[in-house]
Design a protein around this ligand. Structure first.
Ligand code: ATP
Ligand code: MG
Ligand code: MG
Ligand code: MG
Length: 468
C-alpha cells in the first residue's frame, strides 16, 4: 500500500507510542557528544543514558532522528539507498524490554503496520547470537532459509571506536522472492534492501577495545525512512520517493531537462543535488555555518558539490535557493525550524554559492589559457601540475578539468595529477614532522594536535575530505 514519507513517520511513532514509548523530537544535527561531528544515528542523543552517565525520565522512547553520514557521500546517487542526510526512525529501551520483545515488535510493525508479507522478508543475526536466531525461528516462525548469520562487520553495532555496542539483527526486504531461497546474498542490492536494524546493546567498548557489560541492557533500533518510502511507494530508489523527488524535479526544471529521459550521469547529478540540498538546509537550520574546519567544512563541501553538479547539468547562474525552497517546503511540516530559519539558510547558501561560482569562473579562465597553450604547442594533454593547480587553488575537481579538456579533444595526465596530490600529502606530513623549538611553534603544534584529535572522532572519509 502506498504510504507517503510523512505517513510512514507517523505510523512508526504511533505504533511505539501505543506501546508506551515516549515520542521525542529529533535532536539537532550538531551532537552534544563532542567525539562525533554530526548526528549519525538515532541513538546518539541517548548515548549518555546507554552509558549510564545520565538517567532517563522514560524507560522507552521513539524518535525520527535527522542524521548525516558523510561516509556515504560517495554512495550518493550511485546506490539506490544511501544518502548523506536521512531520517532514522527508532524505538529505544533504556534497561527495560530487550531482545525478544524488540524482535517481536520489529516483526509486527513490518508485517502488520507496513503490510510486508513474510515471503518478502529476510533477517540477519550476528553469527554468535544463537539467542536471536532462536527467537526468529521459534517464536516468530521465520524459516531457517530466511535467517542469515553474519559477521561482526554487518551485525555487531558500535557508534564509533568507543562507546556502547552489541550484536544486532537486521530486517531486509526481498524484492524478488521468486529467485528462490538457495542463494540468498544480502549484499545483492538488485534483490535486497536493509531497512531495520535492531541493536541489542549489551556492552561498552573502551579505547583499548575491551568490552564491558553495560549496567542495563538496552535496545537501540534504526529504520531508514527513505528506504521504507522506496519500498512502499514502489519506486526504483530512495531518490524517487515523495521525500526527495520534488527537489530533483525543481533542479531538472531549472536545467530544462527531464529526469526520466535523462542518461545515468545526469541522473546521478540530479540525485546528488536532491540529497545534498536536504542536508545543507537542515545543517544551516541547526546553526552550522560554512567554514574550512569540522562540520562547517562538511557544509561547505556539500554546497560546492551542489553547485558543481548544477554546472554539470548546464545550469550557469545561482540556483541553489530555488531548490532549497523546495526542500524547505517538503520538510517544514515535520521540521518547522527549517521555515523559521529560512532567511538564514538562504543567505548562507547564496553567499557560499556566489563565492564558489567566482572561484570556478577564475579557474575556468585559467583553464582556457592552459588549453590554448597546449594546443599551440601541438600537444594533446593537460599536465598533471596544471590540473592540480586548478584543483588545489580553484576548487576544480579533476573530473571537471577532464570534462572541459574532453570538449576540447584533450586529455588530462591523471597519473601526473595523482603524483602532485601525493606530493602535497607528503609536504603536509613533512610539515608536521619538523621540530620547532620555539614556544609559539610548540603551542601551534599542540593546537594542531588537538584539532587533529577532534577530527579523529569523526569518520575517516571526512578527515581526508576534499571537495570533489
Ligand atoms: P547499509 O548497510 O545499507 O549502508 P547500515 O548498516 O550502514 O546500512 P545502520 O547503521 O544499520 O545502516 O542504520 C540503521 C538504518 O538506517 C539502516 O537499516 C537504514 O535503513 C538506514 N540508513 C543507514 N545509512 C543510511 C544512509 N546513508 N542513507 C539512508 N538510510 C540509511
Ligand atoms: Mg552503511
Ligand atoms: Mg548494513
Ligand atoms: Mg545496518
Amino acid at each position: 500500500q502506498y504510504r507517503s514519507g510523512n505517513e510512514i513517520r507517523t505510523l512508526f511513532l504511533d505504533f511505539y507510542a501505543q506501546r508506551e514509548h515516549q515520542i521525542l523530537p529529533s535532536a539537532s544535527l550538531v551532537p552534544e557528544d563532542p567525539t562525533v561531528l554530526l548526528t549519525i544515528a538515532g541513538m546518539l542523543p541517548f548515548k549518555p543514558i546507554f552509558l549510564g552517565q545520565r538517567t532517563s525520565e522514560f524507560k522507552r522512547a521513539t524518535t525520527s532522528q535527522k542524521c548525516i553520514r558523510t561516509n556515504d557521500i560517495e554512495n550518493v546517487g550511485r546506490t539506490k539507498r544511501h544518502h548523506t542526510f536521512f531520517e532514522m526512525l527508532g524505538n529505544f529501551s533504556f534497561g527495560d524490554y530487550f531482545k525478544e520483545q524488540a524482535i517481536a515488535w520489529g516483526w509486527e510493525i513490518s508485517t502488520q503496520v507496513f503490510g510486508f508479507s513474510p515471503q518478502n522478508l529476510v533477517v540477519s543475526v550476528f553469527e554468535e547470537d544463537d539467542e536471536a536466531y532462536n527467537i526468529w525461528r521459534d517464536k516468530i516462525g521465520v524459516s531457517e532459509a530466511r535467517i542469515k548469520r553474519m559477521g561482526a562487520d554487518d551485525n555487531f553495532w558500535a557508534s564509533g571506536p568507543t562507546g556502547p555496542c552489541g550484536p544486532c539483527s537486521e530486517i531486509y526486504y526481498d524484492f524478488h522472492p521468486e529467485r528462490g531461497e538457495d542463494n540468498i546474498d544480502l549484499e545483492d542490492d538488485t534483490r535486497f534492501i536493509e531497512f531495520y536494524n535492531l541493536v541489542f546493546m549489551q556492552y561498552n567498548r573502551d579505547a583499548a577495545g575491551n568490552l564491558t557489560p553495560l549496567q542495563n541492557k538496552n535496545i537501540d533500533t534504526g529504520m531508514g525512512l527513505e528506504r521504507m518510502a522506496q519500498i512502499l511507494q514502489q519506486v526504483p530508489n530512495n531518490y524517487e520517493t515523495d521525500l526527495i523527488f520534488p527537489i530533483i524535479k525543481t533542479a531538472a526544471q531549472i536545467a530544462g531537462i527531464d529526469y526520466h529521459t535523462s542518461d545515468e550521469k545526469i541522473k546521478v547529478s540530479l540525485k546528488v543535488i536532491g540529497d545534498h540540498v536536504r542536508a545543507v538546509v537542515h545543517m544551516i537550520a541547526d546553526e552550522i555555518r560554512a567554514s574550512n574546519v569540522g562540520r562547517g567544512y562538511v557544509l561547505r563541501r556539500l554546497i560546492r558539490r551542489v553547485v558543481r553538479h548544477g554546472r554539470l547539468l548546464g545550469i550557469s547562474g545561482n540556483f541553489i535557493n530555488q531548490v532549497a525552497e523546495t526542500a524547505i517546503a517538503l520538510s517544514e511540516s515535520a521540521y518547522p525550524n527549517v521555515r523559521q530559519r529560512e532567511a538564514a539558510i538562504k543567505a548562507e547558501l547564496e553567499r557560499e554559492e556566489s563565492n564558489f561560482l567566482k572561484t570556478l569562473d577564475r579557474g575556468e579562465k585559467l583553464l582556457e589559457d592552459i588549453i590554448q597553450q597546449v594546443k599551440q604547442q601541438g600537444q594533446t594533454q593537460i599536465s598533471g601540475e596544471s590540473a592540480f593547480t586548478l584543483y588545489d587553488t580553484y576548487g576544480f575537481p579533476l573530473e571537471l578539468t577532464q570534462e572541459i579538456a574532453e570538449e576540447n579533444n584533450l586529455t588530462v595526465d591523471e597519473a601526473g595529477f595523482n603524483t602532485e596530490m601525493q606530493k602535497q600529502v607528503e609536504r603536509a606530513k613533512a610539515a608536521h614532522e619538523t621540530i620547532d623549538l620555539t614556544v609559539q611553534g610548540s603551542l601551534d603544534k599542540l593546537a594542531e594536535h588537538i584539532h587533529a584529535t577532534e577530527f579523529l572522532g569523526y569518520t575517516q572519509a571526512a578527515t581526508t575530505a576534499k571537495v570533489e
